[in-house]
Design a protein around this ligand. Structure first.
Ligand SMILES: [Zn+2]
Length: 409
């Protein structure tokens, strides 16, 4: 465990969440932001695998206190405490076991190779996880890849086609990792874990020159959808930074990048941006901030009703004697269980990632079982944590000979 002095982390948290104290925006440096959503006592590492129920129940806990910056639209968890987070080999985030996700990932790699002529080039990924995307870029474009991630497990890539051109560095990113400027630098599903967003993007920019023309590609969760659909399951401690297109573009432009493209993908769940190092500063359009401010203002009331709906739904099924099973044991399930304060109303959580089986959910201690075990558990209600996998999961459920109500968030 790479934990730091708990006294220090407690102090950080206290300073950040004192109500009434102005909290500045880490993205645009505006002096004041507004608190609009709070959840206490949440696990701080929702992707960590726990070997025993006791360990899972005793996990580190923290707080979510979402603030909105009306200057740039950035949303962030002001109670985020990096001393309570752990990104090690125990961090199991891969979605590569899902055919839907693998298809998306492969298409994304192919598109980027096509759009930016990435063949036989040098590519780099910050926050590369277990390195699957770098391997795809290597396989599909014969590119040479370097990946930096404290949770990287280089041994998992042994013998994988294309992995011979990929080097994984199991460390936190430092500017010197970027010393030989790559042709393409990507950073997927990582920026949302970084509290000092402006300082991080500026650090990357400092390692790049205008002449080299490195293309930078970032992918983050899209937050307009979260606010609009009250997707409380997508709000958790280690996601400290929440972007919409406006705030992401503004951050990159403020850090001297020229933005060439933004897009919303994967059933509106992912927001991507492509940019190159530039000396010139773009103007701020400030267009969709009024819409966003309205969504933020109505969020507390709407999300409370939405949470009550799901809590009642699960409790009613359990009261009828049904076994309730959640499908997908990642962060969404951790947030679902802890935000709704669910305990024995849920029997277990299942997942197609075999690395997760036999482990326990952080915070609530629910067991994670293989889908094959459901034949014996005989669920009465399955709740799918991510609707994009609905078809894939429904097919899997029927192939197991299980007929029960299947619903999704
Ligand atoms: Zn701001």
């Amino acid at each position: 465990m790479n934990l730091v002095d708990p006294a220090l982390s407690a102090r950080t948290q206290d300073a950040l969440t004192r109500e009434g104290t102005p909290v500045a925006c880490p993205s645009c440096a505006a002096a004041q932001t507004q608190l609009f959503y709070k959840v206490e006592n949440v696990p701080t590492n929702s992707c960590i695998l726990f070997a025993t129920r006791e360990e899972a129940l005793g996990c580190l806990r923290g707080e979510v206190a979402l603030h909105f910056c009306s200057d740039c639209g950035f949303i962030f968890n002001a109670s985020f405490d990096q001393f309570l987070t752990e990104y090690s080999g125990r961090y199991e985030e891969t979605q590569g076991f899902s055919p839907t996700f693998s298809r998306f990932h492969r298409n994304l790699a192919a598109e980027l190779i096509e759009r930016h002529g990435l063949r036989g080039r040098e590519v780099m990924e910050i926050g590369c996880g277990k390195g699957e995307f770098l391997v795809l870029l290597s396989q599909l474009g014969e590119n040479t890849g370097v990946g930096v991630d404290p949770g990287a497990l280089p041994e998992r890539l042994e013998g994988v086609e294309g992995a011979e051109r990929v080097t994984l560095i199991p460390e936190y990113f430092r500017p010197d990792h970027c010393a030989s400027e790559p042709d393409f630098l990507c950073c997927k599903m990582t920026l949302e874990h970084i509290p000092d967003t402006a300082s991080f993007i500026s650090t990357i920019r400092a390692g790049l020159t205008e002449d080299k023309g490195t293309v930078v590609f970032f992918q983050v969760p899209e937050t307009y959808r979260i606010l609009e659909h009250c997707a409380f399951e997508d709000i958790y401690h280690e996601h400290c930074s929440y972007f919409t297109e406006t705030s992401l573009r503004r951050l990159f432009e403020d850090c001297d990048f020229a933005v060439s493209r933004t897009a919303i993908e994967y059933d509106d769940q992912y927001l991507t941006i492509e940019a190159t190092a530039s000396g010139k500063q773009e103007g701020d359009d400030g267009s969709s901030l009024a819409d966003l401010a309205q969504l933020v203002a109505s969020f507390p009331e709407r999300v409370a009703a939405h949470k009550a709906h799901w809590r009642d739904r699960v409790k009613a099924a359990a009261a009828e004697g049904k076994s309730v099973v959640l499908w997908g044991s990642g962060s969404k399930a951790v947030s679902f269980l802890t935000s709704l304060d669910l305990d024995e109303e849920v029997t277990c959580v299942t997942d197609i990632n075999p690395n997760r089986h036999g482990h326990f959910m952080p915070g609530t201690g629910h067991p994670i079982v293989a889908p094959e075990e459901l034949a014996e558990i005989k669920p009465g209600l399955i709740v799918i944590m991510n609707r994009i996998y609905k078809d894939e999961i429904e097919d899997y459920v029927s192939s197991l000979g299980i007929s029960c109500e299947v619903t999704f968030l």
